[in-house]
Design a protein around this ligand. Structure first.
Ligand SMILES: [Fe+2]
Ligand SMILES: [Fe+2]
Length: 254
């Protein structure tokens, strides 16, 4: 028997899904990951009845409830049409520009949490690095991956303290998992340590609700440091192309 709160959340999620599905000509069936945490993926799931299915197909294209993406999407299009409000990323990158950091560091700041805003929150540094790896200098993706672990470890020499916010968010007794600790130890010895450390420094300061920054501000830096594929992100044949396609069409049946 599921916990009552979970059961309620599950029923609400089902009702919402049913309503949304009825609004479309095509049927939306969400992936396990999409619903995990709201419902138990091992529990039996209701299926559309024959009557509901009659004359309708499963959704095999972009979700019409989302904003239309251009045919050949660029990184900036993903910021505009798919990522959640990403003021935090934009502010962090602007601060890095203001302090005269190298463009690679600015780009790493701009992209450090794109997994949170566009794909998957859990282990976001690793997902984010994988998304951008084929398109950026290795130093940039390395820093994006490493920032996740470094955030949990102070570095007094450069004035980085364990974030106060983490004490509020995770409790005073929270300790990172062993794999995070291992990746921190490795990063500490790495030649690009300071690039990733700088990402965590500017991460820390970039949560100002009153500052608005437009992604256009970084057009040139992106142009010089992000290898935009001609076919559009998601339609080239890089190792992470499918991940961009999933962001474009997250509810496609297959
Ligand atoms: Fe992060
Ligand atoms: Fe961040």
């Amino acid at each position: 028997m599921a916990h009552p709160d979970l059961a309620t959340a599950s029923a609400q999620a089902d009702a919402l899904e049913e309503k949304m599905t009825r609004e479309l000509d095509e049927m939306v069936v969400k992936s396990v990951l999409y619903q995990s945490g709201d419902i138990d993926p091992a529990a039996p799931r209701g299926r559309p009845t024959e009557a509901e299915r009659k004359g309708r197909y499963f959704l095999m294209r972009e979700d019409p409830r989302l904003q239309k993406m251009p045919e050949k999407p660029t990184l900036i299009d993903f910021f505009r049409y798919r990522f959640g409000p990403s003021a935090h990323l934009l502010q962090s990158a602007r601060l890095a520009v203001r302090d005269g950091l190298p463009e690679k560091t600015v780009l790493a700041c701009l992209l450090h949490d794109i997994a949170v805003f566009g794909l998957i929150r859990s282990d976001h540094g690793y997902w984010g690095a994988q998304l951008i790896e084929p398109y950026v200098d290795e130093e940039v993706s390395w820093a994006v991956r490493a920032h996740q672990a470094l955030r949990f470890y102070p570095d007094e020499e450069v004035g980085y303290e364990y974030p106060e916010a983490y004490i509020r968010m995770f409790g005073p007794d929270y300790r990172p998992d062993p794999y995070v600790d291992r990746d921190y130890q490795e990063a500490r010895q790495h030649r690009w340590y300071m690039t990733a450390r700088n990402v965590t420094m500017y991460d820390f300061y970039a949560f100002d609700p009153d500052t608005t920054v437009d992604i256009e501000e970084f057009t040139d830096i992106i142009g010089r440091n992000f290898r935009q594929p001609e076919e559009g992100l998601g339609y080239d044949s890089s190792p992470s192309s499918h991940m961009w396609r999933t962001i474009i069409a997250p509810t496609r049946f297959l």
